[in-house]
Design a binder for this molecule. Structure first.
Ligand code: KG4
Ligand code: ZN
Length: 519
């Protein structure tokens, strides 16, 4: 299968804009493109069209005998297949037909791929234009061709044009579109700083994890019995440079090799999110790479996709962490519907608070669940809030109070509290409600895949209860390995891969969104 080059039409614009947005930090707007198409007397816009849709485009402006390349972009899944080379050759051929003697263009110094492409087509660098890119104050490298009609140029040009035509005739994406969406060979650096872990990861094609670095601040927060936002922001600032360099180093990757950058945009602690976002925007400015914003909860769900190739929508996910308890329906890639969430404490938060009451330290979830193994889950009957309501909301603060009341009551009566029984009975109350709601959500949404996500997914009793409930129903239960359950950047990179494929980028004006909802 091949691609061919033809003039751009107005009805190509939705696809052209998607390619533009997937390629540049400050993409051209639809208005600008429409304006260009309206000036056909001095403008030539070409697209590379294929059975997979538009895979690239480029534009040329004529000013008497001068020609200027305005914009040129190739769709991420089609890069490295000769599309850019073919577009440059076609623009030069067209320029010669129009009587243009010399071509010029500007390119970002950080965009090595584009410079090599133009050099190959006969452009040479002739100087710099200071502060040309307003977004970054970055200089532009000015490149131009020699006299297009000189004998030497004509020879080179014809040779290159032949090669470009051949590569376009052989152009193929090989894989069917569905798989292309999942595979592809993009190389993403992701940064995560939404709570108390500073994390960075490098991933190829959405699945091949090249590195994942997590610097936990947990010991700095432990003596306060919870995450202190001010400490979190400061520690992120101290750690982020080292964490990102280590992620790049251990992946054996240079910034120049990357296809895109990704960052958690929310939800989370605003001061913590801002550190990662500002850092990622800085990198985007310096490199000219596109930037993808990821929802932290979406990231937790993608820990499952990353760990198990069979996990794909439609699915229902339960995200349970220190900050969140949400049931989410994901009918297809990129589409989310939050079915319900906690109206007060998050599940992990409840584990942490009860652990504190029992004097188990912070974070309490892991210790409490270990202790629960030695206790009797039926010893104390704690409340199971909202277990029979028709919605998918959760409430955990009543349970927390019930545990506190029980401990006080026993102490007042001079009886010793059996911490293991309290832990086991509390845990059973949390799990009963979560399993009941998860089963109902899967039934109602008619899906066959259920994903557990977030830090509390590390809880063995919860995993076992879900597997026991879903097994007989023939529902696939996916639980990521422990390292991907707690906060990390690998899951952010995995989610970013899909957003990048769909051309969903954020600009340099993007803000941290502490209350960002999913869907
Ligand atoms: O996802 P995560 O690392 O951070 C947030 O985004 O909140 O989750 C951390 C939470 C903590 O509250 C911790 O106590 C809880 O997950 N957790 C557990 C277990 N391991 C971690 N909760 C219950 N049982 C566990 N085994
Ligand atoms: Zn989390």
């Amino acid at each position: 299968m091949s691609a061919s080059i033809r003039p751009m039409r107005a009805d190509d614009l939705p696809q052209v804009l998607a390619v533009e947005r997937a390629s540049f930090v400050q993409p051209w707007s639809e208005g600008l493109f429409l304006d260009e198409l309206a000036h056909a007397d001095t403008r030539t816009w070409l697209v590379a069209d294929s059975e997979w849709g538009i895979v690239g485009f480029g534009g040329l402006m004529q000013n008497l005998t001068d020609g200027h390349i305005l914009d040129l972009a190739v769709r991420p899944d089609s890069r490295g297949r000769g599309v850019g080379r073919a577009l440059v050759s076609a623009l030069i051929e067209r320029a010669v037909e129009l009587g243009i003697h010399r071509m010029t263009l500007e390119v970002r110094p950080s965009n090595g791929v584009a410079q090599r492409l133009y050099e190959e087509a006969g452009f040479v660098s002739v100087g710099r234009r200071r502060g040309y890119y307003e977004d970054s104050d970055e200089d532009a490298i000015i490149m131009w061709t020699g006299q297009l009609s000189s004998a030497e140029e004509v020879g080179t040009r014809e040779r290159l044009a032949r090669r470009a035509r051949a590569s376009l005739e052989a152009f193929s994406l090989e894989d069917p579109p569905e798989e292309r969406l999942a595979e592809g060979d993009d190389l993403i650096l992701a940064v995560e700083t939404s709570c108390d872990e500073t994390a960075a990861a490098v991933m190829r094609g959405g699945r091949e994890l090249l590195s994942s670095v997590v610097a936990s601040q947990v010991r700095f927060h432990a003596r306060f019995g919870g995450v202190v936002p001010e400490i979190a922001s400061r520690k992120h600032t101290e750690a982020i440079v080292a964490v990102v360099s280590e992620a790049l180093d251990s992946a054996g990757i240079d910034l120049a090799d990357l296809t895109a950058l990704a960052v958690t945009q929310g939800p989370g602690l605003v001061g913590a999110l801002v550190v990662g976002l500002a850092y990622a925007k800085g990198l985007a400015l310096a490199t000219g790479l596109p930037l993808v914003g990821v929802n932290h909860l979406e990231g937790h769900i993608f820990a499952n996709v990353l760990a198990d190739p069979d996990v794909a929508p439609p699915l229902v996910a339960l995200v349970v962490s220190g900050g969140h308890t949400s049931l989410v329906h994901m009918p297809s890639w990129g589409v989310y519907r939050t079915l319900g969430s906690t109206i007060d404490d998050a599940a992990g938060e409840a584990f942490d608070k009860v652990a504190k009451m029992l004097g188990l330290g912070y974070p309490g979830g892991p210790v409490l669940s270990e202790l629960a193994k030695k206790g009797d889950p039926k010893a104390i009957r704690f409340p199971r809030a909202l277990i029979n309501t028709a919605d998918y909301d959760f409430s955990l603060s009543g349970l927390k109070t019930a545990v506190l009341t029980y401990i006080r009551h026993e102490n007042a009566a001079g009886r010793e509290v059996d911490a293991a029984d309290v832990a086991a009975s509390f845990q059973a109350a949390v799990i009963d409600v979560q399993v009941a709601k998860a089963v109902r959500a899967v039934r109602e949404c008619g899906v066959r895949t259920f994903c557990l996500a977030g830090g509390v997914a590390a809880n063995e009793a919860l995993r076992d209860a879900l597997t026991a409930a879903f097994g007989p129903l023939g529902v696939l239960v996916s639980v990521p390995p422990l390292t991907f359950c707690t906060d990390n950047a690998a899951m952010i990179a995995a989610a970013a891969h899909y957003r990048l494929r769909r051309g969903e980028l954020i600009g340099l004006d993007a803000e941290a969104l502490p209350n960002l909802a999913l869907g």
